[in-house]
Design a protein around this ligand. Structure first.
Ligand SMILES: Nc1ncnc2c1ncn2[C@@H]1O[C@H](COP(=O)(O)OP(=O)(O)OP(=O)(O)O)[C@@H](O)[C@H]1O
Ligand SMILES: [Mg+2]
Length: 290
């Protein structure tokens, strides 16, 4: 675990409880004893309870748990959108400092998110060009010539199979759910963050678009080396895409490790139940209990 005395934090040997990361990979985000309580007294709800994790550069990590287990609350703390009640977050080996708005803005160049509901992610009064231009400006491209900006936006749209000419002058609400999801990935393409947090990124769309979105995110990871965090109910998705899986129950990580360890050889009854809840195509469904 990195401390302030260990600003590099890039040696996973000896402090890596998971032990499935190739030696030499750099620690990207590290969380120690992170806790979030909502309410007070009898109303107190510990949404996230003393969570520890180490995420490495270029890794795909899934956090899996039932509804209400604390996944989104944890994501919001990682993103710096809400304060933690206790615990620390380290980014690239240094304790994260987002104490001022400008420090927050600097941090957000490194970590970005795509959310469950793409409709909530855009300012509805901003046209799509403005959404994409904002990303170029955030990356320091404000002074680039207009032609260069258009070229970058065109490239970002074509990465996600959207046509820039058809997008200009439209408002986000004029897009379909799937197009909106892809526009979110086009933003990430331009922003090139070190970490992308995807909270149920494929929940609004059909199976075919879902596979496409996942492909795009994995391709983006391959090209940029970013760390990808999936927040999901879908243990099948976690199995196929992840290097590390964290199983979350009532605000705690009850089990973590490689997908083979956690999903093929689960130890905890909760993990076993999550796995058993996934319908298997080759089994006949028992509908009598429905
Ligand atoms: N702003 C808030 N104020 C009070 N309680 C909250 C707040 N946000 C979340 N909670 C509570 O914290 C717990 C965890 O919620 P969270 O949204 O993190 O769950 P989740 O795992 O993301 O669920 P889902 O899979 O349904 O999205 C829940 O009991 C929820 O009611
Ligand atoms: Mg959630």
């Amino acid at each position: 675990m990195p401390t302030n005395n260990d600003p590099v934090g890039n040696n996973p040997v000896g402090n890596n409880p998971v032990g499935n990361n190739p030696v030499g990979k750099k620690l990207c985000l590290s969380v120690k004893g992170l806790t979030k309580e909502f309410g007070f007294g009898r109303q107190k709800n510990v949404a996230v309870n003393k969570v520890d994790m180490d995420l490495y550069e270029g890794e795909v990590v899934s956090i899996v748990g039932e509804s209400g287990s604390g996944k989104t609350t944890l994501s919001k703390m990682l993103l710096g959108l809400i304060n933690s009640t206790e615990g620390d977050i380290y980014f690239q080996g240094k304790k994260r400092d987002i104490s001022s708005y400008s420090k927050k803005q600097e941090y957000w160049k490194n970590i970005q998110a795509i959310f469950q509901d793409p409709f909530s992610s855009y300012n509805i009064f901003n046209k799509i060009d403005a959404v994409l231009l904002d990303c170029i400006n955030m990356r320091g491209g404000r002074r680039l010539p207009q032609a260069k900006k258009v070229e970058m936006m065109t490239e970002a749209c074509s990465f996600v199979n959207l046509k820039y000419e058809e997008m200009t002058n439209k408002y986000p609400f004029e897009l379909s759910g799937g197009q909106m999801q892809r526009l979110m990935i086009a933003r990430i393409f331009l922003l090139k963050p070190k970490i992308l947090l995807a909270d149920e990124p494929t929940s609004m769309i059909d199976a075919c678009s879902r596979a496409t979105i996942l492909d795009m995110l994995m391709k983006l990871r391959d090209e940029t080396g970013m760390t990808l965090i999936f927040i999901t109910h879908d243990i099948g998705l976690a199995y196929y895409v992840s290097d590390q899986v964290f199983i979350m129950e009532h605000g705690k990580f009850v089990e973590s490790g490689s997908p083979d360890d956690v999903i093929l050889h689960p130890r905890e009854p909760y993990t076993k139940r999550l796995i058993n809840d996934v319908p298997k195509i080759y089994e006949e469904w028992d509908l009598t209990t429905v």
